[in-house]
Design a protein around this ligand. Sequence first.
Ligand code: TXA
Ligand code: MG
Length: 408
Amino acid sequence: MHPVLRRCITTMASKILPCDTRAIHFPALDAAPQVSDPTTLRNLQTAAQALRSGSLVAFPTETVYGLGGSAVPSSDAIPKIYKAKGRPSDNPLIVHIAATSQLPSLIDPEYSDHLPQCYSALMERFWPGPLTILFPTIPSKLVSERATCGLTTVGIRMPAHPVARALLAFADVPVAAPSANKSGRPSPTQASHVDQDLRMEADLAYILDGGSCNVGLESTVVSALPGKGAADGGEKEILRVLRLGGISPEDIQTCLDEANLSQSVTLEYDSKATAVDKDFRPSTPGMKYKHYSPNAKVILLQPCSSSDSPDIVTFLKDLRGKKVGLLYIEPSALHQSVASAVISLQSRSLGPDHETQAQRLFQGLRSLDAENVDVILVECVEEEGLGRTVMERLRKAAGGSDSIAVRC
Ligand code: TXA
Ligand code: MG
């Protein structure tokens, strides 16, 4: 092998630093991490130092891998994140913290005693975990204004993944981190996905490898701050889900009920909201952009028994000559019919339940892309619980097209 090529490969490979999640322990919620494996400890500390010095580090969270950079007001890491991802500059970043003790330093003190009453219940129930909450902030004083894109709110989340929590604790700075994919691509749920998208980015110092993400979909973004679209001056608080994610609206409602807040807080969400809905005005800037798209065309299929719908074999005739991939649920009404009609079908199971379907979705899209299929057929999942988020991501992956009903 040519020495320059070997050096390049070594440099690329050396970006991935393995971490053993089982070796990381937190004696209490806000306590410092204890790491029993020396390699994991060294890798976490190396990555934390890189974050502190303004470099980028990709790291696993329970949702998806994030591309992190320091979010302190003086940070010069944020423009590097936008550049590496090719991200539109008006789409703000979520800021990640290791402990709730970091919160006061990020929140505008004028409002810290007047936060929505439901926030304490949400944090207590869902942090650490896949919930991002919007807080009032002072950009350029408390947090990098490049991370909030000049907004006076900041989305904050305390991730649950041990590698993320330990990295954030060692770095001891708030870390802005979008999903670690090229903008528009399916989010990464494995270190290798980050490597595929971002390995050539010189500003990315390290990728911490903590295995597969177990939620598999991004965090749910919520806000109960008064503002455009929220109830003005009313008695009731409006808690809006700005982006569906790893915590379902049903789980949020249960949390409100259990905290005796169901009378005073109304939960609002729109599970059909997609970036291309003409009438939907995005309340979180990221909603309007192309998202989660594999290279192949995505077509959503809804199996049905109606004689008004085309049967699957007729539908597949239009795909003759194309290389076809299929993501199916278990048990599948579709899998057998498609497999018997399409030669050399590439198929992947999304599994039997919403949690598994969420976990496998992005990996499924990426792995079928790797097979160079022209079309990815996806069997629709039921729209309840996490299934709402799965379908919202799928509609975006399909460019906003609705599902096609087929008989099988
Ligand atoms: O699970 C996750 O949330 C992952 C991991 C890495 O934490 N991060 C993630 O970030 O999905 P990103 O950048 O891909 O999506 C952040 C979403 C965008 O839709 C953005 O517009 C919205 O959150 N957002 C962030 N800050 C906001 C703010 N201040 N106001 C409204 N929306 C905001
Ligand atoms: Mg993203």
